[in-house]
Design a binder for this molecule. Structure first.
Ligand code: SF4
Length: 109
């Protein structure tokens, strides 16, 4: 699916900007992020997910990124912010969904 068609797209764009900034000068562990300074569209290009996977695959802070992303998506117990859009922390939306909703993912198999 094209990320632009997804209703969660804008939320994810905001998240990516919050995480990685517009200037390529992120703070904390993000200063070591392999995606710093990259075009965030790369992580929403559903037709070429291998490009984002390659960047994340060599990222030294992938575990921290994944932990923060999954925590952000959980957003407490009642109102999750999970969206299938985007490739973050080395995980596709489908992979993150399987973590957040394991019973649903098992039914889909
Ligand atoms: S794991 Fe991927 S999305 Fe996360 S900081 Fe590294 S390159 Fe960026």
């Amino acid at each position: 699916m094209n990320g632009l068609a997804d209703p969660g797209y804008h939320g994810y764009r905001a998240l990516m900007l919050a995480l990685f900034g517009t200037s390529g000068q992120p703070s904390g562990w993000r200063t070591s992020a392999a995606c710093g300074g990259q075009d965030t569209e790369l992580f929403f290009d559903a037709s070429h997910p291998e490009r984002a996977a390659e960047v994340c695959g060599g990222c030294p802070v992938r575990e921290q990124c994944r932990t923060d992303q999954l925590a952000w998506e959980r957003h407490g117990s009642a109102a999750r912010r999970y969206s299938p859009a985007g490739f973050v922390g080395g995980l596709t939306g489908r992979e993150r969904k399987a973590i957040h909703y394991p019973r649903s993912a098992a039914r889909d198999e």
